[in-house]
Design a protein around this ligand. Structure first.
Ligand SMILES: [Zn+2]
Length: 197
């Protein structure tokens, strides 16, 4: 197969790069029209590197590593939110199990204070939310919360627990939250800065 490899050189490569604690997705593509290597961040928050066909993919990765500062600046200018680093094999039952364990422990801890009755606890793969609470007291949590810092997990669990009492986000609701999480609004803001993907 080696002759085939030589005839059809790798023309596209995808991966993740860690830049100051932030996981960033990249795609490196060779282009016969391209005269020099260049990078741009697209609206789907992926760094796209285009380079001449004569260059090696490794040079593209090296280019990103060398230009980390530029990447960070470009991200900040686009006001792009940081991603939580997800393992490549997610979502799987293993991660649902781990999330369930964390959530149940936190519910036990905080509901020792609130004593709100609930119907069920489910772990789900949610696209845009960290948790939800239904009218009949079903609590749902995003399996991805296990990859968040613990103070944010606390906030998510307390938030949903308080919905058992107050379904809206009114004054009473925030008062309930503040009894366990006094800086709830700050944590809420921090959470909004993080992308769930
Ligand atoms: Zn809510």
């Amino acid at each position: 197969m080696s002759w085939l490899r030589r005839l059809l050189p790798f023309s596209k490569h995808e991966g993740m790069i860690d830049i100051e604690g932030r996981s960033v997705c990249y795609v490196i593509k060779k282009n016969s029209q391209s005269r020099r290597i260049r990078a741009a961040i697209s609206s789907d928050e992926i760094i796209r590197v285009t380079m001449p066909t004569s260059m090696k993919i490794e040079e593209g990765i090296f280019f990103l590593q060398k230009n980390q500062e530029w990447v960070l600046r470009a991200f900040n200018q686009q006001n792009i939110r940081p991603h939580i680093a997800l393992p490549l094999d997610a979502p799987s039952r293993k991660y649902h199990r781990i999330a369930r364990k964390i959530v149940l422990k936190k519910i036990l801890q905080f509901n020792d204070f609130y004593h709100f009755p609930y119907a069920s606890v489910r772990i789900k793969d949610m696209r845009t939310r960290w948790g939800s609470c239904s009218k009949i007291g079903n609590l749902n949590f995003n399996y991805k919360l296990q990859f968040l810092p613990l103070h944010l997990v606390d906030y998510i669990v307390v938030h949903e627990l308080c919905h058992l009492q107050e379904l809206n986000h009114g004054k009473e609701f925030w008062h309930l939250v503040s009894q366990c999480i006094p800086d709830g609004t700050a944590r809420r803001k921090e959470l909004r800065e993080i992308n769930v993907r």
